[in-house]
Design a protein around this ligand. Structure first.
Ligand code: ZN
Length: 363
């Protein structure tokens, strides 16, 4: 809270409480002013879930104090909040951890481009949602492409100038609802000539990832990416290379392993590092996705258990999709349908709808 006030100005809501909800809560967090709701999966036994708290706290400035006018400008809430979250994480947990989060987000953004390749409208920051179910368009795009856009502006004008801009933006529009044009007008008025240096229209109205977006710059990030690449050549990380890894390191590593690995490699990795038993659901689910994509049936019991234990959509979506997407998955489809039938009543109605849509599309 102190760090956030230093970055974004005074906290305007008097109290800040956190309420941890049951495992069926479908989101990581929900930024209700004064009382943030959290999934119990952020409690991991170390501080590595704190970035979700940083995110929801950041909404006290970006997303609650300044709100998007409607869902077509949702990136104004989530892109700014993701940027603000990582600035808090950088001060509290250090630059390396912030860079890992940028890298995990970068991977997620690239996966969304693949997911929306037949509907590129959904990859725009500002988009047309007439007749669109907000649940269908919900993705990492407003978060991560929005983050990338703001980070790009920061790189252009330098951090001190961007920090000053951010404070002024928040002070100017607090307790108002705005749209993308209002933001762009304010940006151009306060940073004259910015439109000549950054293609603002491509960033806000274009599809895909602009060419001036980028991966994080950090030695730890580069090391993990190169170890993930080695796995393709059959080299597992040595114990001394991973001894200080926590959840985010493993998550980034697992997310970047090729999905075409051999089942025997997946089993060997788990035999050494016990990832399927991780108390950290980010790690466990990233591993189980890998197990599903390599058709490693030994882990289907653990997949079922996980799907019945938590209703957070961040986990349900990739696990159910992994089971039912692709050809020749009869056994997996039967499993997915049975597990959903048995777990359904424990899911939040929004999560029920999301899983239903996945099964309807593929089964
Ligand atoms: Zn948010």
């Amino acid at each position: 809270m102190r760090q956030a006030e230093g970055l974004f100005g005074e906290y305007d809501w008097e109290r800040f409480d956190l309420l941890v909800l049951p495992p069926s809560f479908p989101y990581g967090g929900m930024e209700n002013p004064r009382m943030v709701f959290l999934t119990p999966t952020v409690i991991k036994g170390d501080a590595s879930g704190a970035q979700v708290v940083a995110h929801e706290l950041a909404h006290s400035w970006t997303g609650n104090l300044i709100t998007n006018k409607n869902n077509e400008h949702f990136w104004l809430n989530e892109g700014f909040t993701t940027y603000a979250e990582r600035r808090i994480v950088e001060v509290v947990q250090g630059e390396d951890i912030a860079a890992l989060n940028v890298g995990i987000g970068w991977r997620g953004l690239n996966e969304e481009m693949e997911r929306f390749k037949d509907n590129m409208e959904f990859t725009k920051l500002k988009n047309n949602q007439e007749g669109v179910d907000p649940g269908d368009i919900y993705s990492q795009v407003p978060y991560e492409k929005g983050f990338q856009f703001l980070w790009r502006i920061e790189r252009q004008i330098g951090r001190p100038a961007f920090d000053e801009f951010l404070k002024k933006y928040i002070a100017t529009f607090k307790f108002k609802s705005i749209d993308t044009e209002t933001f762009l007008d304010f940006l151009k008025a306060n940073i004259p000539g910015i439109e000549k240096e950054i293609d603002l229209q491509q960033w806000t109205e274009g599809t895909g990832i602009p060419p001036d977006a980028q991966e994080p710059v950090s030695n730890l990030y580069t090391k993990i990416m190169s170890l993930a690449n080695d796995f393709k050549l059959g080299r597992m990380p040595r114990e001394d290379e991973v001894c200080d890894w926590k959840g985010q390191e493993w998550e980034l590593y697992l997310d970047n392993l090729s999905k075409a690995v051999e089942a025997s490699q997946v089993i060997a990795l788990d035999a050494r590092y016990r990832l399927s038993e991780s108390k950290d659901y980010e790690v466990k689910v990233a591993f189980l996705q890998l197990a599903i994509s390599s058709r490693c049936r030994d882990y289907y019991g653990e997949v079922e258990k996980t799907l019945k234990e938590v209703g957070r959509m961040k986990y349900l979506r990739p696990l159910y999709s992994g089971l039912v997407q692709g050809a020749g998955k009869d056994e997996e489809k039967i499993l997915a349908k049975r597990v959903f039938a048995e777990a359904r009543e424990c899911y939040h109605p929004i999560a029920q709808g999301v899983v239903e849509a996945i099964l309807t599309k593929h089964v």
